[in-house]
Design a protein around this ligand. Structure first.
Ligand code: MN3
Length: 203
């Protein structure tokens, strides 16, 4: 059985950039819905129910074809949101980038933190409809990409270290249709310590 992880902070911890009501509905209704649907789809399949969700989505061909799409969507939804909660945290004042090895890799790969932000924002803005923007480690290299729906780069052998939910449910209550403002403000709540840790583990 899969379970919804608790948020690592209070619903209102990301205010004023992400509002408490959005966090509550997003975590308690949307994320919980993916977990329920995933458990329902895999009911009776104890081997698959006992896998870590990242392992499950890393090779979807092991899932029976009749339920594969349902598992792909809902296991992706579970994995993606579980990461999303972790890479956010209490706003720390000015927007800043990571430190350490990740800062160096970002400079080498994108030119600067500002250039990285611009490219990542473009990925989030360019994703038509629902999906996610990602910073992944792919064979040791930092890469920005975006995916549709609840698809995860883990299914393509890549290791996500930062992600942004650009489904309307992630921002509509506060930002309505203005995704650009949501993304601009989201930089205030990125938990770079967590992203740096994930970068270190992936390289
Ligand atoms: Mn979402």
């Amino acid at each position: 059985m899969f379970t919804v992880p608790d948020l690592p902070y209070a619903y209102d911890a990301l205010e004023p950039f992400i509002d408490a009501r959005t966090m509550q509905i997003h975590h308690d209704k949307h994320h919980a819905g993916y977990v329920k649907n995933l458990n329902d789809a895999l009911a009776g399949n104890d081997a698959l129910l006992s896998l870590p969700v990242e392992t499950l989505i890393s090779d979807l061909t092991r899932v029976p074809e009749a339920i594969r799409t349902k598992v792909r969507n809902n296991a992706g939804g579970h994995a993606n949101h579980s990461l999303f909660w972790q890479i956010m945290g209490v706003p720390s004042g000015e927007v800043h980038g990571p430190g350490g090895a990740l800062a160096k890799a970002m400079d080498t790969t994108f030119g600067s933190f500002a250039a990285f932000q611009e490219k990542f924002t473009a990925a989030g803005m360019g994703r038509f409809g629902s999906g996610w923007a990602w910073l992944v480690v792919d064979r040791g290299a930092l890469t920005i990409l975006d995916t549709a729906n609840q698809d995860s780069p883990v299914s393509e052998g890549k290791t996500p270290i930062l992600t942004l939910d650009v489904w309307e449910h992630a921002y509509y209550l506060k930002y309505q249709n203005v995704r650009a403002d949501y993304i601009k403000n989201w930089w205030h709540v990125v938990n770079w310590a967590e992203v740096e840790k994930r970068y270190a583990a992936a390289t």
